[in-house]
Design a protein around this ligand. Sequence first.
Ligand SMILES: NC(=O)c1ccc[n+]([C@@H]2O[C@H](COP(=O)([O-])OP(=O)(O)OC[C@H]3O[C@@H](n4cnc5c(N)ncnc54)[C@H](OP(=O)(O)O)[C@@H]3O)[C@@H](O)[C@H]2O)c1
Length: 263
Amino acid sequence: MAQYSRDGMDYRGKVAVVTGASSGLGRQLALDLAAAGAVVVGVARREPELRELTDEMRRSSPKSGYVVCDLASGDIGTTMQSIEETYGPVDVLINNAAMDLKVGLRDIAVDDYRHLMEANFLSAVSATLTVLPGMIERGHGVVAMVSSDGGRLPGSGPGAYPASKAALGAFAESVSYRVRRKGVRVHLVYPAFMPTAMGLAALDRGLRRPPFFARRTVEQVSKLVLRKLGGPHFEINAAPVIVWATVFRAAVPRLYQRFRSSR
Ligand SMILES: NC(=O)c1ccc[n+]([C@@H]2O[C@H](COP(=O)([O-])OP(=O)(O)OC[C@H]3O[C@@H](n4cnc5c(N)ncnc54)[C@H](OP(=O)(O)O)[C@@H]3O)[C@@H](O)[C@H]2O)c1
């Protein structure tokens, strides 16, 4: 692999796995990686969408494909092994898939948290642990986790989705320190608000429409991610202004909490 540079990686011939590739950001990342010359394997549950994605990817990357997998089933480790057997060692893993719950605090059960943690957090851990030893041995590889501002600035609610993203962030940061000197990069992506199925569903459930500076399209986020992967920065912030909210929270926590609970 050409080593990392500030101008983005050379994706030609790299094997890239994108989870949650059947729609939204994952679909765009898969298409852009394929267009950049990577052999992309899309992972998700909806096969017709994955098939359609694959037809599109193959126009620029004929060896790209897909695997159907329910990440909440605990099978992603085995799926990653079979992907490596079929396509070769994974150079780029993007843990992008996630779900949110439509249950309020009064009705949510601990099993709902378990299911969501499996889909949003443990599946990313499992996929990462499967490919990481090979990346370390080869001295290169990139893993990205797609987080959410909910993971660092949780809002009011049952907290399952923000908890899964906070866990993902802590896992990614710890591992990034451990593997950096071994040539492997781990990134955490904060995409801001995107009008995808998940983003629009959040609006339907009452999320206030974020201001323009906190909104991005999947095309914008995907382009940024491809440019930043393998670079020196752990965090990839699609809307850097949101970082200031974390500074505000740390500097004046009581004021911040009063502001959040009034919303
Ligand atoms: N949209 C936003 O405003 C926003 C903001 C911050 C962060 N994010 C993050 O961005 C990432 C992409 O989300 P998106 O906005 O693009 O949403 P999306 O269009 O709803 O896509 C979610 C993807 O995750 C897959 N997925 C969900 N549960 C799965 C499971 N159990 N097994 C396998 N795949 C599963 C879905 O595929 P199948 O249904 O086919 O399985 C789909 O491809 C997520 O990590 C999300 O948390 C989104």
